[in-house]
Design a protein around this ligand. Sequence first.
Ligand code: GLU
Length: 384
Amino acid sequence: MNQTEFRARALRLKEARRLVVKVGSALLVDGRSGRLNRAWLETLADDIAAATTRGQQVIVVSSGAIALGRRQLGLAPGKLRLDESQAAAAVGQIRLAKVWQEVLEERGLAVAQVLLTLEDTEDRRRYLNARATLNTLLGLGAVPVINENDTVATAEIRYGDNDRLAARVAQMASAECLVLLSDIDGLYTADPGKDPTAEFIPEVREIDERIDAMASGPTSGLGSGGMTTKVAAARIAVGAGCSLCIATGHREHPLAAIETGERCSWFLPSTTPLATRKQWIAGTLKPSGTLTVDDGAADALGRGKSLLPAGVLTVSGNFGRGDTVSVLHNGAEIARGLVAYAVDEAKLIAGRRSSDIEALLSYVGRDEMIHRDDLVVNGQRGRE
Ligand code: GLU
């Protein structure tokens, strides 16, 4: 595959509405000195700023807390005990957040620190909350800089590697593209460090056992991820309709380099994030409640609009915020969606204007009963 072909593939990066960039510890922190590679980070920050200038929303998943903290705490080289790595993360995360804040604010971008645990991405309600927060931050033009909350995540409940975390973040944010910046430029048929016949794989459309076998390759000394975790991340991302790119970060302006056709490995999905999400909503076997809507609302849903409280006639069932409900019109199901309010609140605001929500509930809630991104209207599924 030549540079022109790589450049064509990289349109997935350039044209993604939402982009997640994962940066490994081995890139951010110099292995020998334990110091931060600030000059390199400045060049990545330039690329991120360029993406936001093009109108893209960018989320950063950054490792490096443990690597930075261990130096500051004077911990000896080698493997750390869990409690030591948690202590190192607590110290290093402050520095990590600070440096991201500095480099991105210098480029006019607001920076938001988000620390997640495994449960925040696996538990449905916490997942929806984290998703809503990310949406709000991105909508306000901020760049979320995410890491695992290592200090509180004990052995059984931790991701441990940021490749998988980044994939779950991409899924949660419905991102179209995830770039894993790594110390290797992509996937090979074998470990190129050990096997001179190893061949580079530029594109993967199906992650099968062959790909898994190729991935049992190199790990770097600093981070936790090897090729195995990258392929596991690719599985999550592709399953969520997100393209994933493994690329080297061992060069300045690593995102710009991908855009101009430097080689990297792409894992390509066969669907889009929105379609995947809608399939998931449509696939809920048993909705937890129903909302009956009037003619005006039924018509609006048919035109791809959100469901507002004003168009809801009756509410029944037993559901919490984020549960799937069925939308009925004249006795027939016309849509399904994730409802933004729990049943008691939904009953209070049904039939009322969105501007009354604050007075009725004593807090400022969402304007929509079901947002259009969270709705699947019957007969429209095929068009997503
Ligand atoms: N969360 C860890 C850190 O910030 C990194 C995990 C990984 O290496 O992927 O140090």
